[in-house]
Design a protein around this ligand. Structure first.
Ligand code: TNX
Length: 515
């Protein structure tokens, strides 16, 4: 009995210890891997890669961006598997992840190629951003659980084959409203980490609204001291100091994500006017506002002092924002006369350009005589988006009835709105940007999360996930590569990652979650 046990159970283990190379890995199929967003092209091979304690990493490039990306990968592998992958081969190294620059065919800034073979993984791109995107694909290919029956140690089996990938759109964004309810900088940093995993490359922060001003402006301190002191429902609000904002920006940069700051004006400005009453020009001193109605406030659009205030705000924020964009809001200015509104948008556009930024505004701004570099963000009125196209401007798509993360999933959802409709997980995914405009005018997609209806990060995550994951695929993946049934099963496989990250996602009954 004993001898038999030895032969049957121990011999294979002894054998595998003495020559690990002989381990036969189970068959894999990379085309069935649950990568989101789905890559442009995936070709399978039958040689899987064994990630284990004998794996190492090599970067043949001293470009710091490449090194930082490689360190990021080593850290994420460690968090997921517990392995410490050395950054150069050792005597016992048997498999190698190689990261290097090569002139891959695509000239897309974010393109990468990933080749997975028995003993090597090669990740190549023209620049560090491409490498970083490719790293996310690799992370997603590492199984959550090791195989512990092949040898006397754990092995994470990565399916073999080749991935050639690049995004469809350059602007793949989500917006977070930190004005209606405030969310701390540390939380924003965690959020950024999740966005990066799904290759989202823009985080648009809605930093001011009627209910609160959330970014320190050194030349106008009452904006945050007073204007930031409350929020919807009367909570204590809050704001980011410039140091905290810089920290968010740096964390985003480390994840190859650009922060787009928004100061919403001339409407949605009650918190600013409550702090400095000259801004509204109507002689009244507004109270702080903790309700949810919109469209009642406006700046005085004919006052030079107001424009020098705006100059200060845009100058200070631009100086700590490395990204190319500045969002001026411009929506729902219901109490601003049309001619005043148009005049205002043009003057503010000039200020944005003076600080070397490219202006973005909600779709109403298309009615102004805009510079060809300015961008219109469609949310509500398709006529405005079409007007932008007539003017040859680029458009960001955020159709409220498809892409608003604050819409309820169904009638039972306890938080969120339904003014633009209910958005279950399938209809959030099942549309194409070209239903609205032809592709050449579309810069990308932004999925906004307005925060009137929740004050906790649990609420935030419940509305954002899993829909945001679908928007990442809509903005990265070509229409030919998108398919609801296929997406749905890849989404089901995200459950373990979301759980490990402690994300309070909505367990939509449309998905057979694999927890
Ligand atoms: C419309 S979208 C707004 C926001 C609200 C949102 C609520 C847009 C440009 N304006 O002020 O928070 O609806 O869903």
């Amino acid at each position: 009995m004993r001898v038999r046990f030895l032969i049957i159970f121990l011999l294979p283990i002894i054998f595998s210890c003495s020559s690990e190379k002989k381990i036969t890995l189970p068959k894999t199929n990379i085309t069935e891997a649950s990568i989101i967003p789905k890559p442009l092209d995936v070709t399978p091979s039958d040689q899987a890669f064994a990630l284990d304690q004998y794996s190492a990493l090599i970067i043949d490039n001293d470009n710091t961006g490449f090194k930082t990306a490689a360190e990021f990968l080593i850290n994420k592998i460690n968090l997921k598997t517990g392995l410490t992958v050395p950054s150069s081969p050792k005597d016992d190294t048997r498999s190698i992840i190689k990261i290097y620059r090569s002139n891959i065919k695509s000239d897309n800034e974010e393109a990468y190629e990933l080749e997975i073979k028995r003993d090597t993984i090669k990740l190549t791109a023209n620049n560090a951003t491409g490498i970083f995107r490719g790293i996310q694909t690799l992370r997603q290919l590492i199984p959550e659980h090791p195989n512990d029956s092949l040898a006397n140690h754990n092995i994470w089996i990565i399916p073999g084959g080749k991935v050639t990938d690049e995004p469809r759109f350059e602007y793949r964004s989500t917006m977070l409203d930190v004005s209606r309810h405030f969310f701390e900088a540390d939380y924003i940093k965690k959020y950024i980490e999740i966005l990066a995993y799904y290759k989202i490359n823009i985080l648009h922060l809605h930093l001011s609204d009627d209910q609160g001003w959330r970014i320190e402006i050194k030349s106008w301190p009452r904006l945050t001291e007073f204007g930031g002191s409350t929020e919807v429902g009367g909570g204590q609000g809050g704001f980011y100091t410039q140091e905290q904002y810089k920290d968010i920006v740096a964390h985003a940069e480390a994840h190859h994500i650009t922060i787009v700051p928004e100061i919403d004006m001339p409407g949605h400005t009650n918190a600013a006017s409550a702090s400095y009453p000259f801004l509204n020009g109507n002689g009244q001193k507004p109270e702080l506002y903790t309700g949810t109605k919109v469209g009642f406030s406006t700046f005085d659009t004919r006052s030079d002092t107001v424009y020098s205030f705006i100059d200060d705000v845009i100058r200070e924020i631009s100086s700590i924002t490395p990204g190319p964009y500045f969002h001026i809001g411009g929506d729902e200015s219901h109490v601003t006369k049309k001619e005043d509104y148009l005049y205002f948008i043009n003057r503010v556009e000039n200020i944005v350009q003076k600080y070397d930024k490219r202006m973005i505004g909600w779709d109403e701004v298309a009615n102004a005589d805009l510079d060809s570099t300015s961008i219109v963000q469609f949310w509500n009125d398709l006529k405005n988006a079409e007007l932008a196209v007539e003017k040859n401007l680029k458009v960001i798509l955020s159709p409220a009835n498809k892409a608003y993360l604050d819409m309820k999933y169904d009638s039972l959802t306890k938080i969120g709105y339904d003014w633009a409709g209910l958005i279950p997980v399938d209809s959030a995914y099942l549309w194409d940007p070209e239903e609205y405009l032809s592709e050449k005018y579309i810069l990308g997609i932004d999925a906004p999360l307005w925060s009137e209806t929740f004050d906790s990060t649990d609420g935030l995550e419940y509305l954002a996930f899993p829909r945001l994951i679908g928007y990442s695929e809509l903005s990265w993946t070509t229409p030919e590569n998108r398919d609801w049934k296929n997406y749905k099963s890849r989404l089901a496989d995200q459950a373990e990652f979301l759980k490990r990250m402690n994300i309070n996602y909505y367990k939509s009954p449309l998905i057979e979650w694999k927890e």
